[in-house]
Each structure stands twice: as C-alpha cells, then as structure tokens.
Write a protein of this length. Structure first.
Length: 415
C-alpha cells in the first residue's frame, strides 16, 4: 500500500470495570505475561507491514506507564510509535484528540483501535486496509451475534431477532479526512455521545463495510477478561490462526539456514538475540553486531530463497551503522508475511567459550519470540563451546548458526 496509513490507539480510559481499587493500574497497563496489554496491542499493529505509524492517546498521568510499555516493544516496532497524545474524559474526545494530532501529517487512512484489545490479528488489519483501498469510507470490524438476545421490557422479556445483528469490535477504519470532519461536526452537537466511531458514520449516513472480526479480538473489560487474555496469550501463536494462514494450510514447508560470526573488541556487553549480556568484551560490527539476530535473519531469507542480509542491508550503507539488528529480522519477517506465509520455528546454536549463555537462554528465547511474534515454545536457543579449538576456542569472537522453518502457501509459479 503506498498511501500513508496510521493506527490510532485509544488508551486514555480508567478501566473502572476492571479495577477493584483506585490504586489499581488502568487495565491497559496491566500485564499479560511479560508485557502490558497496551504493548501487546501496539506490537500487533506495528508488526503489520502496511501500518506506517501509530499514534497512542493516553491519560495525562500515564506518561511513565506508557514509556514502560514502549520499552517492551522491539525497537523497530517502537520506532513506528509517535506521541503520545493526551486524551479526554470520553472515548470520543480521546479519538478526536488523536485525529487532530494526525491531521496535516500526510496520513490518508486511519485505523482506530482500542488499546485494551490486544489480540487483533494481521488478517483483520489486512481486511480493513483492503476495504479502504477499494474505496470504503467506513470499515467496521465485527462478528455475527451467536447468542439469543433478550430485551427487558415493562411486561417482561422479549426475544430480539438475531439475524443481521453484529457485535462491533475495533479497528474501525476510515479515510482520515472523513472521520475527522465527522468528529468535528459531532462536537458541535453537544447532546450526542458516540461510544464508537462507526456510530458517527451511521449518523452521517455513510456506507459502511464490514470486515469480519474474531472472538479472539475481544476487549479487556472485566477481571475475567484479563484471566482469559493470559490463557489466550499462552496458547496462541502470535496471531489467531485464521483459515487463510493456519499452519495446516501452508503446505510449502521450507527450511533455511543462517550463519554469522563477529569478532570481539574492547567493551562491556555483547548483544545476543536483542538481549544485552554483560561481558568483558563486545562484538565488533557495522550494526550492533547481534550475531544471533543476523543468523536468524539469514535463515529466514534462506527459506525464502531471497538473498542474504548483506544484499538487503549493504554494510557500505551508513544508515545501518550502529543499527539495532531487530529491524533486519523484522524486514525478513515482513517478506514472509507478504508472501502469505509464517515462520513456524527458529533454532539457534551459539558457539563461544564466553560469555556463558545458559543463564540467559530463556531471556534470549523470550526476546527472539517477541520479535518474531512466536510463542516461546517455537524458539530454541542452544550454546556450545568449540573445545578451545579455532577462533571461537581462542575467544576471538562468537559464531552463530540458525535454522528457520517457514510455511508458505503453494504458488504455481514456483513449482
Ligand atoms: N478510552 C479513552 N479515553 C476515554 C475512555 C476510554 O481513550 N476517556 C479508551 C480505553 O482506554 C479503551 C477504549 O477506549 O482502550 C475502550 O473503552 P473502555 O473499554 O470503556 O475502557 P475504559 O473506559 O478504560 O474502561 P471502563 O469503561 O471500564 O472504565
Ligand atoms: Mg469506558
């Protein structure tokens, strides 16, 4: 997509239905596993290759909490995040502040998303973008209502006809100019409160397209939802398996290998798999010399049969000097996604005498898993010495081997 796309994440609420005391953190800053609800949300949006920037709207007292959530993101995802923008007393006001902040920055389309909805899938984001690109002025993510619905009346209960009923989710997506104009008009009508943005499109009589959402894309509202989110995060791969890209449907199984070496030089820590490990030396290189992420990147490019890290990121290019290597890996992951595929597993062997990797193994797995959007059970990190033989044995540097298993859709032109 060439038109600039922003995601607007509203996270300025108090989460009163979840908190049991005023001292509780707002729900978007509660943790699911090792990261806050909001980090999960930002990560899911930033991972999508067609989202160019993310604007977050937060409460005025939440700057520190927001910065902590940003720190939980891989740096290339963090780089997509602007702001933050300070929200208002209602969701509608918070969205309005965000839209005003995005105005004039050359953004054509905006996906408005609840910060408290951490499991939005790549398919849902793509579905919203496809509808916008084909000319929709308003896109609602929604799921058909499956329960029988009752309405309480003065005389008892009545059953509501379920056909045609949809439960609204986010993202809700629009050309920025249209939704901004509707919000400005709604502000003049002080009796109206809209609890979502499609409500404004309905009020304006705009045509609305529906992008089918998922029960996994639920909003964390009550304490039970937070427990459900914990369980879902443990079970899920990075994104809910949809029919279009479940592993079972991706029959073209590829195995790519990668290998990289960096020499030691004076320093205080080595960066491996995005994790800084204290050491008496550091690794020398044009970027941050993260030998693990470089080997994984090459393994993925190998699986795609699409060159190597040097052909995608020439070492002669000054822009990669000192660069955090997760962006190389994210680039390779995006190439896999653009081909409709997924990485299913990553296996790494680090070869060095020192530092000892054992205590850091789970931190490395966690970091690589987060960058790749994989559950930790699909990331393996092993380490070995080379029995004091060769350059690794002489402690001159670190070598790393990586294997990536890729699942791609069968493509007639490749066969
Ligand atoms: N939101 C916002 N500004 C507000 C109110 C809500 O940015 N003034 C955001 C919330 O942070 C949340 C989303 O809008 O991500 C959906 O709102 P809701 O689930 O109602 O969140 P809260 O208002 O925080 O929760 P509660 O209604 O239980 O207090
Ligand atoms: Mg609310």
């Amino acid at each position: 997509m060439t038109d600039r796309v922003a995601a607007l994440v509203v996270a300025a609420g108090q989460g009163t239905r979840l908190s049991s005391s005023p001292d509780d953190l707002p729900k978007q800053y509660r943790h699911i596993g090792s990261a806050s609800v909001l980090s999960h949300t930002l990560n899911a949006l930033a991972r999508h290759p067609d989202i160019d920037e993310i604007a977050a709207v937060i409460g005025e007292d939440d700057h520190e909490l927001f910065q902590a959530s940003l720190q939980e993101l891989p740096s290339s995802h963090r780089d997509k995040c602007q702001g933050p923008i300070i929200g208002g007393d209602t969701r509608q006001q918070s969205v309005r502040s965000g839209l005003e902040a995005l105005n004039g920055l050359g953004v054509k389309y905006v996906l408005i998303h609840d910060g408290a909805r951490p499991f939005v899938s790549q398919d849902i984001i793509s579905g919203n973008l496809d509808l916008l690109q084909s000319g929709s002025k308003a896109v609602l993510t929604a799921i058909p209502v499956v329960d029988t619905i009752k309405r309480a009346t003065d005389n008892g209960l009545e059953t509501v006809d379920r056909s045609g009923l949809w439960a609204a989710q986010t993202p809700q997506s629009f050309p920025l100019n249209d939704i901004l104009q509707w919000h400005r008009l709604a502000d003049g009508e002080d009796t109206r409160t809209f609890t979502d943005d499609i409500g404004l499109a309905e009020w304006q009589g705009a045509d609305i397209s529906i992008c089918e959402g998922s029960p996994d894309n639920f909003k964390i509202t009550t304490p039970v939802d937070l427990q459900k989110a914990e369980r879902q995060a443990e079970q899920m791969t990075s994104e809910p398996l949809s029919q279009s890209n479940s592993l079972a449907d991706l029959g073209d199984i590829r195995v790519g290998q990668g290998y990289d070496v960096h020499a030691f030089e004076d320093g205080e820590a080595v960066i491996l798999g995005g994790v800084s490990i204290p050491h008496t030396q550091k690794l020398k290189g044009h970027s941050d010399a993260d030998v693990v992420l470089h080997a994984i990147t090459d393994a993925i490019l190998g699986g795609l049969a699409d060159g190597d890290i040097g052909s995608h990121f020439p070492p002669s290019d000054p822009q990669w000097k000192g660069a955090a290597s997760d962006q190389f890996l994210v680039h390779a992951l995006n190439l896999v996604r653009k081909r409709g595929g997924r990485v299913a597993h990553v296996d790494v062997t680090v070869v060095c005498e020192a530092p000892k990797i054992g205590h850091h193994r789970d931190a490395l797995r966690q970091s690589v898993a987060q960058i790749c959007g994989l559950p930790i059970g699909r990331v393996s990190v092993k380490a070995t010495t080379s029995e004091r033989l060769g350059f690794t044995g002489r402690k001159e540097g670190i070598a790393c081997l990586a294997t990536a298993t890729l699942r791609l859709p069968f493509n007639d032109t490749d066969e």
